[in-house]
Write a protein that binds this ligand. Structure first.
Ligand code: ZN
Length: 145
C-alpha cells in the first residue's frame, strides 16, 4: 500500500513536470528546462529535393521523454512575434505618455518664466519706490532687501 502510494506520487510529479515543460515552451526558447542551450535544427528526413525540412528549436541534449524542448521553428517564431507586438504596443503607449509629460513640463516652464518676469518687475518697482522715500522713514529691516 505504501509503495503504491509512493508510485502514485512519483507519477504525479512526472506528469506535473511534463505539464510544466509543455507550458514553458513560449517563443524562441533559449534554455531547456534541463539547463542545456537550445539550437536550431533542420529535420533532414523531412527534406525534399527542393524544399528544406522542418526547422525546430531543440535542446542540445534532447531525449524524447517530454522533459526537453523540441519546438517547431514556425511556432516559436509566431509566439515570439506576438510577444514582441505586445512589447511594441506597450512601448508606444509609454512614448505617448512621455510626450504628454514633456508638453506639460514645457507649459510649466513657460508659466515659471512668466512668474519670474512678473516678480522681477515688482522688485524693480519696489526698489524704485524705496529709493524715493527719505532714508529715515524706512525701517532698517527693509533696507537689507
Ligand atoms: Zn533539455
Amino acid at each position: 500500500m505504501k509503495e503504491e502510494l509512493r508510485d502514485m506520487k512519483a507519477h504525479k510529479d512526472y506528469y506535473n513536470m511534463l505539464y510544466f515543460v509543455a507550458d514553458a515552451q513560449q517563443g524562441i526558447p533559449k534554455l531547456c528546462p534541463c539547463g542545456s542551450i537550445t539550437k536550431e535544427v533542420v529535420d533532414e528526413e523531412d527534406t525534399y529535393d527542393y524544399l528544406p525540412g522542418k526547422k525546430y528549436f531543440i535542446c542540445k541534449n534532447y531525449e524524447n521523454d517530454g522533459l526537453h524542448f523540441r519546438q517547431p521553428w514556425v511556432m516559436g517564431m509566431q509566439q515570439e512575434v506576438e510577444r514582441l507586438k505586445i512589447k511594441v504596443y506597450e512601448q508606444e503607449k509609454l512614448l505617448r505618455e512621455c510626450q504628454a509629460l514633456k508638453e506639460q513640463v514645457r507649459m510649466l516652464h513657460m508659466r515659471l518664466t512668466e512668474l519670474e518676469t512678473g516678480q522681477r518687475r515688482l522688485v524693480s518697482k519696489l526698489t524704485l519706490k524705496q529709493s524715493l522715500l527719505p532714508k529715515w522713514q524706512i525701517p532698517q529691516i527693509f533696507l537689507t532687501f
